[in-house]
Design a protein around this ligand. Sequence first.
Ligand code: SAM
Length: 275
Amino acid sequence: MNNFNCAYIICPICGKPLEQSGSSLVCPIRHTYDIARQGYVNLLPVQQKHSLSPGDTPEMLAARRLFLNQGHYFPICADVAHALQEIPGGVSSIIDVGCGEGYYTEQFLRLFQSARVIGADISKAAVKMAASRTKEISWITATASHLPVAEGCADAVTAMFSLVCEEEFARVLRPGGRVIEVTAGTDHLIELKRIIYDDLFEQHKRPKPVTGHLKEIGCEKKNFRMTLNGGELKNLLQMTPHTLHVRPENRARLVSIPSLDLTVGYFVRVLELPQ
Ligand SMILES: C[S@@+](CC[C@H](N)C(=O)[O-])C[C@H]1O[C@@H](n2cnc3c(N)ncnc32)[C@H](O)[C@@H]1O
């Protein structure tokens, strides 16, 4: 039988706590959710699902796993870990929203070993893949706008290249808890974009203004350089939405390059639920 840590996890239909019974999670009024063999639970009711298979394609997920496992983006984890360490009162519960195939979620568990960590994503395929990383994380299929977790239970919510639903994140944070958000900057992978797009319109990027449920207490622009070979460039392209738009000849041009220096440019923004 799969053991699933359901602390803080609530029924997405009635909001009551879930408890494990055999290989299912069950709420007091008997809404029942099976724990999949792979160790995740689907807590996305059909009415919250807006497309048949939302999120990245299986090819994009596989490329993301290969690329991230090589550690190219570890400096981003280190920046987020630093922001997590600065949360007053410490971090014993983290929800990684839009966790994808789980690279960052697993890194957060390794860096904050005593924390309870939940990885949530709207894509069942992503969560299924994430669950193969470790059973120490509660992996759930859920939408960021209706997280099936109890009010005020989280010290931190992370949104790594994912979306922030301010009101919902404010609901699940304890007073003084923080959202750490990472978004791509204007210069992110600019060298790759110049190769794959014939007419590149360089959009000025910044995180969206806050709506008032959370207070922005910092936003740092960061960047570092990495050098990738043709195989690594292929995975990088394949894991991003660029892969859906690039012309075949431009894809071929990119992967034939023996090595390319790239900028990884991003914002680390910190939002707090006031005490
Ligand atoms: C660019 S990927 C980032 C994945 C992961 N955080 C990473 O950086 O490797 C964005 C993720 O957000 C998920 N996502 C999109 N809309 C979502 C929603 N409404 N609720 C939860 N996850 C969502 C997608 O399925 C996808 O896995």
